[in-house]
Design a protein around this ligand. Structure first.
Ligand SMILES: [Zn+2]
Length: 253
């Protein structure tokens, strides 16, 4: 209802540059390819600048390709994800091993993400659109909604010693240093990163999901990846001085 009933906040407003006074980011998403559909150009720019970025995926995306069963698909998509992360300078990719397609929002998911935040100690956390729809018309998947919301919650959980005391018992000390959670793919973005410097690597990064793309479309995979990444970056340009951009909705903490 919320998405359909009113004009999104921030609509039409100029996008502010993303904060740059940080050194470590952690991106938490549901599936292999979630970061490559639009966000990877920003990651490339950050790793170019010497910042550390790590990825955490709730699933291995094993339910993502119709023609390949989960047992084969999980390891295949893990390999593709590691290669696509490497294309934008990311060498740490962790998997939480929730089941693809049926991730449940709840304390188990919050705890797993809080544990990851404590391990990586990021100042910036990235996640993907957690709202019911993409822009009011296209229904979002339950996995994205669950992981996005749980990530926003876990940014707080990670700093509280008493919410998941079992994490402290495992040696994961509280980390209250998350300063922002940035949501990619939001229909009410507030901030952006210049996509131009990282655009070619973002295309290469999406293209690493070759088996997934081949399962999805008959289009040539490189043409498909280039068209998607370019049009996503162009969509934000009118609100970012005409520059192609990766847009985020920023939640300061
Ligand atoms: Zn996804």
């Amino acid at each position: 209802m919320d998405d359909l009933a009113k004009e999104p906040e921030n609509a039409g407003r100029r996008l502010e540059p993303m904060p740059e006074d940080w050194t470590r980011a952690l991106a938490v998403v549901a599936h292999p390819d979630d970061l490559e559909y639009g966000c990877a150009a920003a990651v490339a720019a950050w790793t170019d600048a010497g910042r550390e970025v790590a990825y955490v995926l709730a699933t291995r995306g094993e339910a993502g390709i119709d023609g390949i069963g989960p047992d084969q698909c999980g390891p295949l998509r893990e390999r593709e994800q590691r290669a696509s992360a490497a294309a934008v300078g990311v060498s740490t990719v962790d998997f939480l091993d929730h089941r693809d397609g049926v991730i449940e929002y709840g304390t188990g998911l919050r705890r797993d993400i809080a544990a990851a935040i404590r391990r990586h100690r990021p100042e910036l956390v990235i996640t993907l659109n957690f709202r019911d729809t993409w822009g009011g018309t296209v229904w979002n998947t339950p996995d994205h909604v669950a992981v996005g919301r749980a990530t926003l919650d876990a940014a707080g959980d990670a700093g509280n010693r008493w919410i998941f005391p079992e994490l402290t018992a495992q040696g994961l000390e509280p980390w209250d240093g998350v300063r922002w959670v940035a949501v990619a793919g939001s229909d009410r973005p507030s901030h952006a990163v210049d996509a131009a410097p990282g655009l070619e690597r973002a295309v290469a990064s999406l293209l690493e999901h070759r088996a997934y793309i081949e399962g999805l479309t008959d289009q040539d995979p490189e043409e498909y990846a280039r068209a998607f990444v370019t049009s996503a970056a162009s969509a934000a340009a009118p609100r970012f001085d005409g520059r192609p951009a990766v847009a985020f909705e920023l939640f300061p903490r």
